[in-house]
Write a protein that binds this ligand. Sequence first.
Ligand code: ADP
Ligand code: G6P
Length: 355
Amino acid sequence: CTSAGDSKTVVIGLAADSGCGKSTFMRRLTSVFGGAAEPPKGGNPDSNTLISDTTTVICLDDYHSLDRTGRKQKGVTALDPRANDFDLMYEQVKALKDGIPVDKPIYNHVSGLLDPPELIKPPKILVIEGLHPMFDSRVRDLLDFSIYLDISNEVKFAWKIQRDMAERGHSLESIKASIEARKPDFDAYIDPQKQYADAVIEVLPTQLIPDDNEGKILRVRLIMKEGVEFFNPVYLFDEGSTISWIPCGRKLTCSYPGIKFFYGPDTYFGHEVSVLEMDGQFDRLDELIYVESHLSNISTKFYGEVTQQMLKHADFPGSSNGTGLFQTIVGLKIRDLYEQLISTTAKTPVEATKA
Ligand code: ADP
Ligand code: G6P
């Protein structure tokens, strides 16, 4: 006899502003789980959902309660909680976690309207990604693990210019204006969620070049909360020590401005955390194996798995720097967490008979 509870869905939350690399992160994550996630077959072509054998990624924009016109009329942005239906988000994530399929709405990014719902079946791993996965405390409590992508204003600006100016023909002024217009709501409703995240990937301008404002070379920090069940933070050389490491030299090719790692304990919003930091970028991705061999607790299944994943997706944005490296490592940590969670759920009935 099987009950819904036997096939527990593990729920992961991924929060970030739009255009901050969530889709890229999701592609790295689903690849670690063994298969690329695709839009649902035969469904609405404007669906935001991605499905693989193990993982379903839903975009929380689907819980917009106000469509584009509604937001305009009320003068609220998509970041404002009043434009989002947290009751429905909670009910549906809870149902999926309990093994019950749901009819989830679809927010159509092309038309700006809410389309008829699509059927979502409970997957092994459910990722809820978007602006507010940790905003509502009921939804937050359903998360088995949460991640916040914290892209600093300078870097966000550089990425937006690259995408909206180079690829979409927007003017510099209009990009500046749209970032400024979003900022108050971003600061009020999105940014505060990082205090709840189990892992934060912080992306900052490099410190290796004085007064750099190009936003090409990045300093990336992986902030990992201590004491999270089934999650052991990654460390460099010696757990708990404070270490600064410049690996450039005989084993690693580094052109200007080089690469610098840092590892150590810290506090983040009153929590104890471990921080692993990488400033700079790799010249040769295959040499990443040298760095990988000095990291511990990375939850790989074989020697070199991080490097292999990075090489496999060398064309994804961020592959030569800490964004790609840390996204890959967080993907491996999530696989590990999932496997541990599943094995404890599977053991429970046996232990219950023993008792
Ligand atoms: P989201 O899903 O959050 O909207 P995407 O993953 O689609 O974000 O990324 C949006 C854009 O941001 C990309 O097309 C790219 O220009 C830029 N970008 C994202 N991640 C990185 C990165 N790690 N390094 C450089 N640029 C990036
Ligand atoms: C989605 C995105 C938001 C974006 C919005 C566009 O909801 O997640 O980040 O702002 O679409 O809204 P608009 O009101 O410009 O159509």
